[in-house]
Design a binder for this molecule. Structure first.
Ligand code: IFM
Length: 479
């Protein structure tokens, strides 16, 4: 058990007159987290192991062998974290349920302590006037399901629907918004093709089955949530704004393949009820497989109440030779494309270029391509920075403030161009376990000292609090 911690006082919301981005009345603000990244208590309260427990405990998989065993200890410190949210003034808080905390084996017996934990969390959020937005799956598949094939097999999608039904029946009276999956691109391709994420599989195009079963699981979960009376149901995608390195025919073809991999694999079945137009050239004819069944597209394209978009940075692609046929080197992202970085801007500590205009382009492009696009929620946006605690005990994270300010202005530009964006969640409330990058990357607007687990609100927290207060006092009436 780590040393007891205290929450440092956020400090007064003083400063010069507000001159930050302005949003229309009714626009909502929040922060986002995910269970494995913050909860800790990995073997407490009846929780079963997930693929991230197994992966992070496998030597060489995460930076410095970091695990989520303790993470931010949110499991024990959630009242303190909710107090921070309340002081921040957010309308909503996006977090995820740990599937294996509720169903330790993924299916079968329900864990009463898991139910109790999320009951308490939801009740305290509501008591603080904060609307819960729950992600059902933020990458932490119960290990027992991975042992039975994971997302490679359809039964995992069916198990996901049962879990969704359980969650909706138990918690649906208190959850405002349900997000089925977070960033299925990462679950499928980073997890089953590249192996940089759990379960660490390097199965090349085998990951296409995982991608499809994630979508089937989403569709089944949408039906289960609706059957239980849920009204706000959506999915979160990390769509990419992709530029081509040049106008050459080769680079334009590479762009189409990259858009298929990153975006169209998800948006076409979800929003158009069809498979991507360029999938055959992208996957050299291997897109179609026995995992696809009649009726799947109808299921996957169940109407959504909103689409969640996570955005961090754009990418630029260039045609490249395919890699060797050697299975060790073959990955599903081997689509004859390489990424270059021509942006010449500042980079965050993740190495990501800061290009806010690309955010507007992404949102406007989506809106143009899908005229019936449901309302959009920005379910994640934020930056990892080299934060330091200053002599005054504070974290003066001006770079994060600049990033957030510029990206929120990019959202207002998209609004001005007709995109129906309803809300924005900062990633993240807390510094946390950044997956394979361990604790090296700090995304929080609240610093977490990983020795003491003390929370210290950063300047970005105060900046965001001022923005929310200014918005409440005087929303933008010009749009
Ligand atoms: O930390 C992740 C989050 O879990 C999913 N979206 C991207 C974030 C930053 O990498």
């Amino acid at each position: 058990m780590p040393a007891a911690a205290t929450t440092a006082a956020p400090g007064p919301a003083t400063g010069p007159a507000y001159d930050g981005p302005r949003f229309p009345a009714g626009f909502r603000f929040g922060t986002a987290t995910a269970a494995y990244q913050i909860e800790g208590a990995h073997d407490e309260g009846g929780r079963g192991p997930s693929i991230w427990d197994t992966f992070s405990h496998t030597p060489g998989r995460t930076l410095g062998g970091a695990t989520g065993d303790t993470a931010c200890d949110h499991y024990h410190r959630y009242p303190e974290d909710i107090a921070l949210l309340r002081d921040l003034g957010v309308d909503s808080y996006r977090f995820s349920f740990s599937w294996s905390r509720l169903l330790p084996q993924g299916t079968g017996p329900v864990n009463p302590e898991g139910l109790d934990f999320y009951d308490r969390l939801l009740d305290e959020l509501l008591a603080a006037g904060i609307a819960p937005a729950v992600t059902l799956y933020h990458w932490d598949l119960p290990q027992a399901l991975e042992d039975r094939g994971g997302w490679r097999v359809r039964s995992t999608a069916e198990a996901f629907a049962d879990y969704a039904a359980l969650a909706a029946e138990r918690f649906g009276d208190r959850v405002e918004r349900w997000i089925t999956l977070n960033e299925p691109y990462c679950s499928a391709f980073v997890g089953y093709a590249e192996g940089r994420h759990a379960p660490g599989a390097r199965e090349g195009r085998g990951a296409l089955a995982a991608a499809h079963h994630l979508l089937v699981g989403h569709g089944l979960a949408v039906r289960a949530l609706r059957a239980a009376g849920s009204r706000e149901v959506g999915i979160t995608l990390n769509l990419d704004r992709i530029h081509a390195a040049s106008p050459s025919a080769e680079d334009q073809a590479a762009l189409l393949r990259a858009e298929t991999l990153h975006n169209d694999v998800w948006t076409e079945p979800l929003l158009s009820g069809r498979y991507p137009a360029h999938e055959h050239e992208t996957w050299s004819g291997q897109a179609d497989g026995p995992w696809r069944r009649p009726g799947d597209l109808e299921l996957i394209s169940e109407p959504l109440d909103f689409v969640g978009i996570n955005f961090y940075r754009p990418i630029t692609v260039k045609a490249a030779p395919h890699r060797a046929a050697d299975p060790e080197q073959r990955t599903a992202v081997d689509i004859g494309v390489t990424e270059i970085d021509p942006y010449g801007t500042r980079h965050t500590t993740m190495g990501w270029p800061v290009v806010p205009a690309a955010f507007t382009e992404l949102l406007v492009g989506l809106h143009t391509r899908y005229p019936d696009l449901p309302p959009v929620w920005i379910t994640e946006n934020g930056s990892a920075e080299a934060d330091e605690v200053a002599a005054d005990g504070r974290v003066h994270d001006q770079e994060r403030v600049s990033y957030l300010d510029a990206h929120m202005r990019a959202v207002t530009d998209a609004l001005a161009r007709g995109v129906d964006v309803r809300g924005y969640f900062v990633w993240s409330l807390l510094d946390n376990f950044e997956w394979a990058r361990g604790y090296d990357q700090r995304f929080g607007i609240v610093r977490v000292d990983y020795d003491t687990l003390t929370r210290t609100p950063k300047d970005s927290y105060r900046w965001f609090r001022n923005l929310i207060a200014a918005h409440r006092a005087a929303p933008d009436t010009t749009s």
